[in-house]
Design a protein around this ligand. Structure first.
Ligand code: FES
Length: 312
């Protein structure tokens, strides 16, 4: 569990791509190049009060002279996006982490992408990469209207006929049935509002779980979940920690003096990921891939039934 490097970047360009989505171009004031990243990656934006928000990089992975992010003004959010809209004007400083990728592009024969509104951001770099590699893909882009679809002009230029727009106010509504039946050569990527994720996931219920990839920046925790206390044992020392029902494992580890990286504390960013050796873990996040859940967990939201032994 390592802390992520934070860089002081400068806002080189700030423009509204829709009335409520701010597109930012961030550069290093001294260095010509920023750390490398790949399609699907995101960065943390650190707010002045220490809170952190994740934003997908929506520029070109081949252009390391700048990072680009798009921030939707969420008037009913937790305040981070409003701060960004109000303060990240040209010349301002933004505290930004090195990129991390929870949504890598897989090497499948065919890629289908479904994006809703601001959920388009992780896919701009992905379609650039797919075009560059000459691969078969379709991007379904859902929004209320063209004027409310962030980065639409860029996407038209990048994708050509592989872009299919579904604008509900213009009478075309996306139906997940267009994705078709389960196909071993196809992987599907989805990002957008929860109802879009739910609709696509239920339409693809018989697809292999590892062929459907989702990016979630907000976690909807199960309101009916009843947390129970459990014991956590540190494998390297045998130290036993009690996690009360009203505490997270992350909180208990920190109270015991462990330095644990974290960012969202919502089970979304993956930065608190740690290993476990035994125990029944109740995974409550939506970001850890199924393939890692046998021995990795996110202690900010995930818990254990009775006891867990942590690989630390
Ligand atoms: S801190 Fe983000 S997943 Fe745990």
């Amino acid at each position: 569990m390592t802390a992520r490097m934070i860089m002081k970047l400068q806002v080189a360009q700030a423009r509204l791509t829709t009335p409520d989505v701010l597109h930012l171009r961030l550069v290093h004031p001294l260095r010509p190049n920023l750390p490398e990243w790949s399609a699907g990656a995101h960065v943390d934006l650190r707010l002045p009060d220490g809170r952190v928000r994740q934003y997908s990089l929506c520029g070109n992975p081949d252009d390391l002279s700048a990072y680009e992010i798009a921030v939707k003004r969420e008037t009913n959010g937790r305040g981070g996006s409003i701060w960004a809209h109000d303060h990240l004007t040209e010349g301002a400083t933004a505290h930004v982490s090195a990129p991390r990728n929870n949504l890598p592009l897989v090497d499948a024969k065919r890629i289908v992408i479904v994006a809703g509104g601001i959920g388009i951001t992780p896919f701009v770099s992905m379609v650039r990469t797919l075009m560059k590699q000459g691969r078969d893909f379709t991007l379904h882009y859902c929004a209320r209207s063209a004027s409310e679809a962030p980065l639409l002009d860029e996407l038209k230029d990048i994708c050509g006929p592989s872009l299919q727009c579904w604008f509900s106010q213009e009478g075309s509504r996306f139906d997940p049935a267009v994705i078709g039946p389960s196909d071993p050569d196809t992987h599907v990527y989805v990002c957008g509002p929860q109802r879009l994720l739910d609709a696509v996931q239920s339409a693809l219920a018989d697809w292999p779980e590892d062929h459907v990839h989702t990016e979630v920046f907000q976690l909807t925790l199960d309101e009916n979940f009843k947390a129970e206390p459990f014991e956590a044992t540190i494998a390297s020392t045998g130290q036993r920690l009690h996690v009360r029902a009203d505490q997270s494992l992350l909180e208990v580890l920190r109270n015991a003096g462990f330095i644990v990286a974290s960012s969202c504390e919502l089970g979304v960013c993956g930065s608190c990921e740690c290993g476990y050796l035994d125990g029944i873990v109740i995974h409550r996040d939506k970001s850890l891939p199924v393939s890692k859940r046998q021995d990795r967990m996110l202690p900010c939201v995930s818990r254990a039934r009775v006891a867990v032994t942590l690989d630390m």
